[in-house]
Design a protein around this ligand. Sequence first.
Ligand code: GDP
Ligand code: MG
Length: 176
Amino acid sequence: TMQEEDFEREVKVVVVGNGCVGKTSMIRQFCKGQYSNEYKKTIGVDFLEKHQFVKALEEEVKLMLWDTAGQEQFHSMTRAYYRGAKAAVLAFSTTDRASFDAVPVWKHKVEEECGSIPMVLVQNKVDLLEDAAVSRQEAEALASELGLRFYRICVKQNLYVTDVFEYLAEMYLQRD
Ligand code: GDP
Ligand code: MG
């Protein structure tokens, strides 16, 4: 039915990673085109939505991007946060080594809660490469080890943010 088809095109996406890597900023930038330097713990709602057109498939999906409310500090997101997620962004920051080292833990957590859904590895804050705590080679090696597509983005300057979500939308639409 029409209703079922609409529902199928609503995709819950979780954005995980350590605190301060830019998850809230990424969601706000992508969905609202807004960016702020202030540290905001959360966008204030469970999720923001955006329609994303997938060029390769000439299809549109509605992405629902779920933010955390700071619980990532304790790895204590509730089951409800992950429930029904169809894709995930695993994010770390260029300037935060611990956030990079935590990526495999986040991947494991997503798999535990959601099974094997499309995921992508995202390095944010590439405007701060002079203070990099992770080399490009290391990040690329981790991505290939984990079998993930890798994007280097700058949420602040809105560089490559859309590409991340278009890729996940495409992976979702091509699921079997
Ligand atoms: P979250 O804890 O993962 O949700 O991270 P936030 O979205 O709250 O961002 C943490 C801090 O990083 C904020 O002060 C943001 O303004 C800043 N930030 C986010 N993206 C970028 C970026 O691309 N470049 C720089 N320089 N700062 C960023
Ligand atoms: Mg946040």
